[in-house]
Design a binder for this molecule. Structure first.
Ligand code: FEO
Ligand code: CA
Ligand code: CA
Length: 696
């Protein structure tokens, strides 16, 4: 039986390592990535170098040319920008019915105060409920959840652990499908007495494999409200679990490459499973894109790979000197392919964007190699002015990069046989940012430069187009498999952990959550990453040239530099800081129909619970951050999604109770079921009691 004790008595064994994230989250989420060396040791410039004259003459000339461009593109005129013709794939929040009025946010709720409650707390006037929990039956016939008697066979049919990205496909007005990512497992909270993967019973390791991946579940509206609940009876013919063992295909230019071949797959075209699925996106042809993020932590035997491969492993944060990294889940104990000493190329088969058709439960998920391989956070789509598909992607690591893919062919509405291969051919770009203020004015303190803004211009540098590489010394296949190395070579800008990136359906600007980077030094501060030891992160706004997602140049600015508003290094777009909510570690973003930016956080370094916030990006309220909800103790807020009718907001409550020292016999959270229950990562929905729009 559980033996709960009040969470305040829990020993906090170690300090948070990055942002405010707990050490247990660091261990299970990303294999203690922040405790390791920064894996980007390339000498490509922080762009401060360009302006301080240490960069090449050619680079300086390029910077000069772009300085002209920023005057043309500008970044301040966002409010008046035209509504882009594109949808971002029918995600509820982006259905394109913008108001076209950049000055009325429509936001009227009262901020939720920062707190440490073990509860989902929503703004006054709103209510919330849990839609689906870890262990709830997904596939018809799945057994009910039984914490103390869990099996791998049951888990493979039940909702997975640690829900992250959420997207919604309406099936009429009152039914729909939810896709949910399951980013990682926390065995320490899933199993009593668990100590390590080295000694865990093999069945527990198999449960871990089955609790990764994603879920598709059918949901239905409750009455006429904004509440949604799981459909638990009837055919549920779309319901599906995808796990770390589901058969998948490779497609695109690197499919079949020698770099993807293994003993079990001599053709390099078939792979089993997807790992550490963080954020994602939805295509206009109604499929899911899911990003494989911290997949590097699942392998052992990095010390045993051929010498030539070691450089690449290091660049992707994998130890080449250790046989078994500490804290490893030891998937290799049940599947030998996770041992790189025996199967050195298996790791090249993870780190991709995976496309899943939620409407065909028998379909084979596809790893789209044209989108490159890195720690994929998200992949959000939009259409270019000429109708091609652009996909924005972040590589979530300290000093990693921002990418964009633009398809070769146009999207044709309703012609899915054509559309479904659009992501196999196109150009992959990486972003380079240039500031417009003198480097001497960017000192790492967060003090605004004399022109009053962290802003500038940028370019999308092409890396690869189909079988054509733009990177000297690398083939197209190498660029796609070792994308980080390719991006180092062309001088991309090192960012403060790029997380979610999404295009605003109303003003067409692109918003990037840069979550934090405690490793940046003052000397490394640049105008797009202006704070050293950046604990709280910032939001980057990109305005593509001519507001066209197909452009290869852009203007940018930072509307939000996060933290406690009393901290002088913060910036809320010039809005009165006495009237905003503290915000720390932005992670996922979405938009409402008025184009307001909604931001969820992960790892609040202000020592309060994470939450969901809303901020207008235009008009007199630009920068007015308000907290809409807080998640329970130990949790982060993921996957915010506002439905197209604006009546509901879904959030994934990931890792409730994940606090160092917590175990099933000593839980630090009892959310969502209360009493003496174990914490269960769950998707929740919030709505207004009187049926008003979310945020009003
Ligand atoms: Fe899984 Fe970058 O957060
Ligand atoms: Ca500036
Ligand atoms: Ca994330």
């Amino acid at each position: 039986m559980a033996n709960p004790s009040p969470r305040r008595l829990l020993p906090l064994l170690s300090a948070p390592r990055t942002g405010g994230r707990d050490a247990m989250t660091c261990r299970f989420r990303c294999g203690d990535a922040c405790a390791h060396e920064v894996s980007n040791t390339s000498d490509n410039p922080y762009f401060g170098d360009i302006l301080s004259g240490t960069f090449s003459r050619r680079g300086a000339l390029r910077a000069g040319a772009l300085g002209t461009l920023v005057a043309t593109v500008g970044v301040a005129g966002v409010a008046g920008a035209a509504v882009p013709a594109a949808a971002d794939g029918g995600r509820g929040s982006s259905s394109g019915h913008g108001h076209g009025n950049g000055h009325q946010s429509g936001l009227g709720f009262t901020s939720v105060a920062p707190n440490s409650a073990d509860a989902l707390t929503v703004a006054a006037g709103y209510v919330s409920s849990v839609v689906v929990r870890w262990g709830d039956p997904v596939v018809p016939g799945a057994p009910a959840f039984d914490f103390d008697h869990q099996t791998a066979a049951a888990q493979a049919k039940q909702f997975g652990y640690n829900c992250d990205f959420v997207t919604f496909f309406p099936l009429g007005r009152d039914r729909g499908l939810l896709w949910v990512n399951h980013e990682y497992t926390d065995e320490n909270l899933m199993f009593r007495g668990w100590t390590s993967g080295d000694t865990a019973p093999l069945e527990q390791i198999r449960i871990g494999l089955a609790a990764h991946g994603g879920s598709i579940v059918e949901v239905e509206r409750v009455g006429r409200t904004g509440q949604w609940k799981l459909v638990t009876k009837g055919s549920r013919r779309y319901n599906r679990r995808i796990t770390a063992q589901t058969r998948m295909a490779f497609s695109g230019p690197a499919a079949g490459s020698a770099l993807l071949r293994t003993a079990a797959d001599k053709r390099g075209t078939t792979v089993y499973g997807t790992l550490n699925n963080c954020a994602g996106g939805t295509t206009p042809w109604q499929t899911v894109l899911t990003g494989e993020e911290n997949w590097n932590q699942y392998f052992v035997g990095g010390n045993g790979v051929p010498e030539a491969q070691k450089t690449y492993l290091t660049r992707y944060g994998i130890s080449t000197t250790t046989a078994i990294p500490s804290g490893n889940r030891r998937f290799d104990r049940v599947e030998e392919r996770f041992d790189l000493a025996k199967h050195p190329q298996e790791i090249n088969r993870f780190g991709w964007i995976v496309e899943v058709d939620p409407f065909d439960p028998d379909s084979t998920p596809v790893k789209r190699t044209a989108l490159g391989r890195f720690a994929h956070e998200a992949a959000t789509t939009t259409l270019t002015k000429d109708g091609r598909v652009a996909v924005y992607m972040g590589d979530d690591g300290r000093f990693e990069y921002i990418y964009k893919f633009v398809s070769k062919d146009r999207y044709i509405q309703g012609y899915d046989r054509h559309n479904r291969d659009l992501l196999d051919e196109g150009t992959l770009y990486v972003a380079k940012f240039t500031g417009d203020s003198p480097a001497a004015e960017i000192d790492g303190s967060g003090t605004l430069p004399k022109d009053g803004a962290f802003d500038g211009s940028g370019t999308w540098i092409p890396l690869v187009s189909g079988k054509k590489s733009y990177v000297t010394g690398m083939t197209a296949e190498e660029v796609l498999v070792y994308t980080r190395v390719a991006a180092d070579t062309v001088g991309a800008t090192k960012m403060d952990r790029p997380e979610d990136i999404e295009r605003n359906p109303v003003n067409g600007a692109v918003y990037v959550a840069l979550t934090n980077n405690s490793n940046r030094t003052a000397a490394q501060a640049d105008e797009a990453n202006p704070r050293s030891a950046n604990m709280h992160g910032h939001i980057l706004e990109i305005v593509e040239r001519k507001n066209d997602a197909g452009a290869t140049s852009f203007g940018w600015s930072l509307p939000l530099v996060c933290g406690d508003p009393a901290d002088p290094s913060t910036y809320f777009a010039g809005y009165d800081k006495s009237k905003v909510s503290p915000i720390s570690c932005p992670d996922n973003v979405t938009f409402d129909a008025a184009g307001n930016l909604w931001i969820s956080t992960d790892g609040n370094a202000l020592k309060k619970n994470d939450g969901l916030f809303a901020m207008p990006v235009s008009g007199p309220e630009r920068g007015r951050v308000r907290q809409f909800l807080t998640v329970p103790f130990g949790a982060e807020t993921c996957g915010p999604l506002i439905t197209g009718d604006q009546l509901s907001v879904f959030v994934a409550v990931q890792h409730p109770g994940e606090i160092t020292g917590a175990t099933p016999d000593n839980p630090s959270s009892h959310w969502p079921d209360g009493g003496a229950s174990q914490p269960r990562p769950s998707v929740a929905v919030a709505w207004h009691k009187q049926g008003k729009k979310i945020g009003s």
